[in-house]
Structure formats: C-alpha cells, structure tokens
Design a protein around this ligand. Sequence first.
Ligand code: CP
Ligand code: NVA
Length: 304
Amino acid sequence: MKKDFLTIRDFTREEILGTFKLAAEMKAHAQNYSSALKGKTLAMIFEKPSLRTRVTFDVGIQQLGGFSVCLLPMEISLGKRESVHDVAKNLERMVQGIMIRTFAHQIVVEMAKHASVPVINALTDYSHPCQAMADYLTIQEVKGELKGLKLCFVGDGNNVAHSLMFAGARLGVHVTVACPKGYEPNPTAFQSALEDAKQTGAQIEVVHDAMEGVKNADVIYTDVWASMGQESETEKRKAIFHPFQVNKQLMAKANAGAIFMHCLPAHRGDEVTDEVIDSPASVVFQEAENRLHAQKAVMYQLMK
Ligand code: CP
Ligand code: NVA
C-alpha cells in the first residue's frame, strides 16, 4: 500500500475492495475498533468549506481512539504565510496523518512528497477520492455486485466525476459522463481512466446528451454545476447546464431500479429536483454516512 491516498489510482483494485470490506466491518462493529488508532492525531487542513468531510474525519478519528486538529484557511494560509514544504516538515513531527482539502492538486502532491506521515486528499480541484470510495461502497451495499454496473454522472466533468471514473475503471463499473460541450472531464484524467479500464473491461465514455447518457444506467449521479472556487460562474452555468438537470423524466430513462446519488451539498431545483432527491431511489444520506466508514478504513490502513 502506498504511503498516501491522493487519488483513487493510488489504490489497486484489491486495496479498494479490501477497504470496502474493512469499512463494512467497522460499520457493523464500530466498538471493535475503538482503540485501532489509539493516541494518534490527524491534522485536517481546510482551504475550502465543508460539512461532511469535516464531521466524518473528525468523528472517524475519534471513533478509532485518536484525535484531530482542524486548521482553517485563516490559520495556516498554506503557501502564503508558510510554504507547503515547511508546513509538512512541522506537521510530521506533531501528527500521524494529514488530511487536506485545497484548490490545486499539486499542493497535496507536494505535501505528500515532503511529509513523512500519510497525506489524505479530502478534495482538490482535480479529484475527490474519499468521496468515490464512499460512493462505490454505497453502490455495493445497495446493488451487491459492482462489476458490470453502469453509472452515469450527469453534469460538470469535475473533481467528483474524475474520481468516479478512476474508481469505476478499477472496479469494472462502466462510467458515462453526460456533460455540456466544453465541460468535459480533464483529458489527462479521462486518458488515465481509459488506461486503467483495460484491466477490468469497464467502458468509460463522455456524451453530450443527458437522455442518451442515462440509458441502461443503474446509478444516476450528479453534483453542483459550479464547484467551490467557481462561484462567479454560477449564473452563466445555470443556463448551460439546465438540460442536464436530474429530474423525474431523466430518471425514467434509466434502468428500472436505478438509484440516485449526489456527493452533496445539493442545489435543489438546479442539478436535481426535490422529487428525485427525496424519492425512494435516492441514497444520498446513506452515501453521506458512508464517508465516515470508508474514511475510517482508509485512515486505519495508512496510519496504523
Ligand atoms: N461531499 C462532500 O465532500 O461534502 P463537504 O463539502 O460538505 O465536505
Ligand atoms: N464538485 C464539488 C464537490 C463538493 C463536495 C466542489 O468541488 O465544490
């Protein structure tokens, strides 16, 4: 296993499946792991807002017998008040793991390079691996077997879409990204997913029509149209992305029994309607809870 968890591609297929197994075990028998990371401390660096990530890492490390220290943007001012290198060299002497949510992916790469302790990516502009880990754990809980399923990500080819492609490629889940022209996944991310998919036969594709994308899909997934850092584009994007709203009509084009997923926070009435997110097909809160279990399994494996 690698020292860090910076992208899903840092874990092999076996390591991902092993993480699901451990997460399921921790979910069923949390008390058996109450000393698993006894006395260890996780530093949580946030350069963007958060609800789920903040709470699940904080509660997760405590449930494993450890502690957390939360650092907000004003506190360390990463790269401005102090270089990433120097932050890494300080923290490695004080804590046993570093979780970081930031803008440029290069920052987590640099932190991991300089810190002797594990670094966990808790979202960058490029990827959100902890989210994808919890998402496929959720799909496995609901659907059983993962291999051969089809997931359609409807919306912006963003960080969440990238991680879903990477994990789909590793797990044999076909991933279609249905997005407006000009909002495709990053070409490097797409090529990496195609490369990894050769091992499992997963089909990874991009289409520009939502109705076409969700055909034969078992999972319909969406995310906000403007990610953190893109707030100034919100109004412009609303017009462009409107045909990609996940509503009842779109859900009806997917396979019978298809589930709805969203990493949250959701902008109800934009990328998803209330009737979809509040429908029995929606597993969004199970998905949110699974951030806790999946990340406990990740932390345990890296920090034990
Ligand atoms: N899904 C997710 O990462 O949520 P937060 O931004 O609230 O952490
Ligand atoms: N794509 C979203 C995900 C939030 C969890 C963002 O980066 O803001």
